[in-house]
Design a protein around this ligand. Structure first.
Ligand code: MEV
Length: 302
């Protein structure tokens, strides 16, 4: 039995979503996690980042080891070798920690022959996310356990159909920062100065505008809101010189918008393009000039 999950891409609203504003997120099916369990005398992890006894796992894996131990106790399962295969880059804004937690949870429920309803699945991933970073909004836990795009706030969420005549290029800026760090950074800014609250509020307003643009299939206004959001995220100190260069390159090559996605301070950048030709140009420039991994998503019928 295999537990599976996918990554996620926040189109707009990262960070402000922590402060009760909305965000828009879509599943990223190109990046996936699968987890298999095999009975074993001791809990053990097999993964690219660590292989060995769960009890010796590095601190970085604490949210996952706590999840495994709690699942084992609650579901009364034996000890397992937990084999994690993931191509979601870690700390890149694509929801890797939530996706791994989701796949582990699914694998445990399958092996225990128990039905896993959506709310329970979400709750387990949030349990792990709460240990991974201090104040998770829940957007990652939702998106990695469900299909569809979502208009999400901490209080409520509804499916948002993303069916746009556009392409999204995703590029991994290669510098990866844990979400915990960027969320903490923003929290400390907000304690310092009222201006930062205004930026968070304006990110929230841009997200509302972006939702309206998506519903009207107006990719140009959507692009404007994404570029505006990038300015706000930059003002919050979440950009990096590489992200800036990737944005400039994308816009120079014809993208409508280019911004960081997820926690920032590195991680992935997304560029909105109105046709395949432009998407290929942006992607080729990112790969050739910055030697980074890229993915291209057709947003029609997504
Ligand atoms: C991380 O994918 C998105 C953040 O807004 C944090 C969160 O919502 O929990 C930065």
């Amino acid at each position: 039995m295999i537990g599976r999950a996918h990554g996620k891409i926040i189109l707009i609203g990262e960070h402000s979503v922590v402060y009760d504003h909305p965000a828009i997120v879509i599943p990223f099916y190109e990046s996936t996690v699968s987890v298999t369990l095999k009975e074993s005398p001791d809990n053990t992890i097999e993964s690219d980042i660590y292989s060995g006894l769960l009890s010796d796992a590095p601190d970085l894996l604490h949210p996952l080891s706590a999840l495994i131990e709690t699942l084992q106790t609650k579901l009364a399962t034996p000890s397992y070798v937990v084999k994690i295969e993931s191509n979601v880059p870690i700390g890149a804004g694509l929801g890797s920690s939530a996706a791994i937690a989701a796949a582990i949870t699914e694998a445990y429920y399958q092996n225990a022959n128990l039905k896993l309803d959506r709310q329970t699945h979400f709750d387990w991933v949030q349990f792990s996310e709460n240990l991974a970073h201090d104040n998770p909004s829940g957007i990652d836990a939702l998106c990695v356990t469900r299909q569809d795009g979502w208009y999400f706030t901490k209080q409520s969420f509804s499916p948002l159909e993303i069916n746009l005549p556009a392409y999204l290029v995703v590029g991994d800026s290669k510098m990866h920062t844990p979400t915990k760090q960027s969320v903490k950074h923003v929290a400390s800014l907000l304690k310092q100065n009222e201006d930062f609250h205004n930026i968070i509020d304006s990110l929230g307003k841009m997200t509302i505008k972006a939702k309206d643009a998506i519903e009207r299939k107006d990719i140009f206004t959507l692009g404007d809101t994404m570029n505006g959001a990038m300015e706000g995220l930059k003002a919050l100190g979440l950009s990096t010189p590489t992200i800036e260069k990737l944005n400039q390159s994308a816009l120079h090559n014809g993208a409508l918008a280019s911004k960081l996605t997820g926690g920032g301070m590195g991680g992935c950048v997304i560029a909105l393009c109105y046709d395949k030709f432009t998407a290929e140009k942006v992607s080729a420039a990112w790969r050739d000039d910055f030697s980074i991994n890229t993915w291209t998503l057709n947003l029609l019928g997504g």
